[in-house]
Design a protein. Structure first.
Length: 353
């Protein structure tokens, strides 16, 4: 009886964790994966390759951010490795490197970059040295900060280094973003049960600052970015992106998710300066950077919809003809029903025993 109960329990757990579309063999869900389960595909209508990174030194682009000083210029960087230089690359709309800015620091695991207005009003670049391949083994993480160069030319700078530790223990993280309204910094951990962590309102460069968990995050977040006006932010994974309404502050309200173009290892996301689209990057030599139009319902100024309303709208748009196109709500309900049936089997076995 014990063995039977164990097998039944395992089946119940497995059924509860698998999205319903994956169980319906032969059903075509249109490749969307559902509102809450983006898997990566073609992205929203109009998604296209904006440019391809031409510099072969950029082999593991792990962050992306638009310049505030130089129109049409994007900052990116590699993450880690023995031969990886602690450098940022300024690339143009053709993917060509215009300048290399080397930081006079030791690189550990760079995973994110953001450009924001500094306390003195000057554009400031922040590089997140926040990765941790040891699963939280590092006692703390750092963020390097320096003024964005007025002239694009190869140079070396000595950044200010900010030190942080997590209130609830070490974490691996690949996502960092800065609210343009107040300059507050946030880090998002890359875990099964990831979290959004807020830095103090005032960061002390001479002390270790504590990152406090303020919300949960999707599975395996690889980057994050704020809309230029701060009323939206996005968290990306390898497969898709979730949009949040932050009009009233962070953590805000989840508005929904959608796929990003399929990539080998997507680890970079940024809003375009006009806030109408996302730029999505991936690792690899001569890697593409996609321009992904932000669907109208997620744009700044739009009221957030509930998951049920969004699912209903998708169902009406599809005509309700396909059993695999009902949205996340139907998937969740179906999965719950299967889990209940499996649990019922456990009870029956227990009674027979």
């Amino acid at each position: 009886m014990t063995r039977s109960l164990t097998l039944a329990a395992a089946a119940a757990v497995g059924l509860a964790l698998v999205p319903f579309p994956a169980l319906a063999a032969g059903v075509d869900d249109g490749g969307t994966g559902g509102l809450d389960y983006p898997r990566g595909g073609e992205g929203p209508e109009g998604s296209e390759t904006a440019f391809t990174l031409q510099d072969t030194r950029i082999a593991e682009s792990s962050g992306l951010a638009p310049s505030l000083r130089h129109e049409g210029v994007w900052w990116t960087h590699n993450d880690s490795g023995v031969d990886v230089a602690p450098a940022l690359y300024a690339v143009n709309g053709a993917g060509e490197t215009l300048a290399t800015v080397t930081l006079a620091v030791r690189i550990r695991d760079w995973e994110a970059v953001a450009v924001t207005e500094g306390a003195d009003g000057a554009p400031t670049v922040l590089v997140g040295n926040i990765g941790d391949n040891y699963g939280g083994g590092w006692p703390g993480v750092t963020v390097h900060r320096f003024t964005e160069p007025e002239v694009l030319a190869d140079t070396t700078v000595e950044p200010e280094t900010l030190t942080f530790t997590y209130a609830d223990g070490g974490r691996d993280a690949e996502a960092m973003m800065v609210d343009p309204r107040d300059g507050r910094l946030y880090v998002v951990s890359k875990e099964f049960a990831g979290g959004v962590y807020a830095a103090p309102e005032e960061i002390d460069p001479a002390a270790t600052n504590v990152l406090e968990r303020i919300d949960s995050a999707p599975l395996f977040v690889t980057d994050a970015a704020f809309h230029p006006d701060g009323t939206r932010y996005v968290l990306r994974t390898y497969w898709g992106v979730t949009v949040y309404d932050s009009t009233d502050g962070v953590p805000g309200t989840s508005m929904g998710s959608f796929e990003l173009p399929e990539s080998d290892q997507g680890e970079a996301i940024a809003f375009t300066p006009d806030g109408t689209a996302l730029m999505a990057g991936t690792e690899g030599v001569n890697a593409p950077v996609w321009r992904v139009p932000l669907p109208e319902e997620y744009r700044s100024g739009q009221a957030p919809e509930t998951a049920a309303e969004t699912g209903q709208a998708e169902e009406e748009q599809a005509g309700g003809a396909d059993a695999g196109s009902g949205g996340a709500l139907r998937s969740i309900v179906a999965g719950a029903v299967l889990a209940v049936l499996a649990i019922g089997g456990i009870v029956l076995l227990a009674r027979k025993g």
